[in-house]
Design a protein around this ligand. Structure first.
Ligand code: THU
Length: 127
């Protein structure tokens, strides 16, 4: 991925984190996906008083892309400055696998940046 696109993706994830609805955990997360035709969609985590209904930022960003007609993405960035690195949960790893062919995954807290691949986060995924 080109450096400028990567920076745009990180910037969108960071911007999206500002929109997080997280009154229960206080942990704001933003995610941004890069579709195979170059579009970027952002999303934030959305919590609920019935805690298990919470939707992670990754699934919100991916759902926005898919509902806009973009069913494949090549990279995803997840950002949180909430004190720990926002590695995707198991449900999000499965969701990422569904709509990508081994996407690049960038996880950052604004200081540390971890770059990996979705096949490393979820080996032998069911697709
Ligand atoms: N969360 C995400 O949005 N993405 C992650 O990768 C990790 C966790 C959210 C879910 C919940 O709103 C809060 O972070 C605390 O778990």
């Amino acid at each position: 991925m080109k450096e400028d696109v990567k920076n745009q993706l990180i910037a969108e994830a960071k911007r999206s984190a500002e929109k997080a609805y997280c009154p229960y955990s206080g942990y704001a997360v933003g995610a941004a996906v890069l579709t195979e035709d170059g579009r970027i969609y952002g999303g934030c985590n959305i919590e609920n008083a019935s805690y298990s209904l919470t939707i992670c930022a990754e699934r919100v960003a991916i759902s926005k892309a898919v509902s806009d007609g973009a069913k494949k993405f090549t990279a995803i960035c997840i950002y949180s400055a909430g004190g720990k690195m926002p590695y995707p949960c198991g449900a999000c790893r499965q969701f990422i696998a569904e709509f990508s062919d081994d996407a690049e995954v960038i996880v950052t807290d604004g200081k540390e940046v971890c770059e990996t691949k979705s096949s490393k986060l979820l080996p032998c995924s069911f697709r």
